[in-house]
Ligand binder design. Sequence first.
Ligand code: ADP
Ligand code: MG
Length: 232
Amino acid sequence: MSDAPPAIELRNLRFSYRTGPEVLHINELVVPTGRKVFLHGPSGSGKTTLLGIIAGVLLPTASEATQVLGQELSALTPGARDAFRGEHLGYLFQLFNLLPWLSVLDNVTLPVQLHPQRLARLGGEPAESVARGLLERLDLAAFVHTPVTELSVGQQQRVAAARALIGRPSLLIADEPTSALDADRRARFIDLLFGECEAAGATLLFVSHDLALGQVFDERLSLPDLNAAGVR
Ligand code: ADP
Ligand code: MG
């Protein structure tokens, strides 16, 4: 366990969009494997941008290390970065990105249909039964065959969580995933994320502007404190 590389290791990382000022300048961010980290910062402080870099969607403008699960992302081709993300990361988007033409069940099983290593991590259990188990724990058992367009926003958010969790990704990244949930569901949702991450030995990086949610996490990080570019 102690020999495992950190789940995330960023060193002297800078990022700017093609136009505009520098958004991120992070000297060091190291997240050990298995840690549940709460990252907070006001709207516009670069949280989603940072997650995009960690997910290999955005490349840093400059960096000494952009390592995720021991892999240097800048050493990968765009295609290899996409494959790496698909196999090893669960990404829970702020705007869910569910596919409207698929049922709830098919949205949830999609990652294991697309990514062979994720399928292998089901250990032979059919994808459909794993998906049903996740949906049940998220109070969505009755909606397995419902078109996602007929779900409430909060329900869609929980379907997106099941999709991010299936096939036990090593790193789960969640971008303000509880914004559409009421307080009661929010606590249960975070419980479920924790349980699934613990069962999989996964690291959780959870982003929110709502500091009150952070108390139950192993560690709380403030992006403005980490970010030398954030001083405006
Ligand atoms: P947060 O998630 O903390 O609200 P973001 O990472 O979305 O912050 O945004 C950080 C900064 O980068 C903001 O100033 C935002 O306007 C800018 N930004 C975000 N996305 C883009 C983009 N695609 N092109 C140019 N600027 C962007
Ligand atoms: Mg954001």
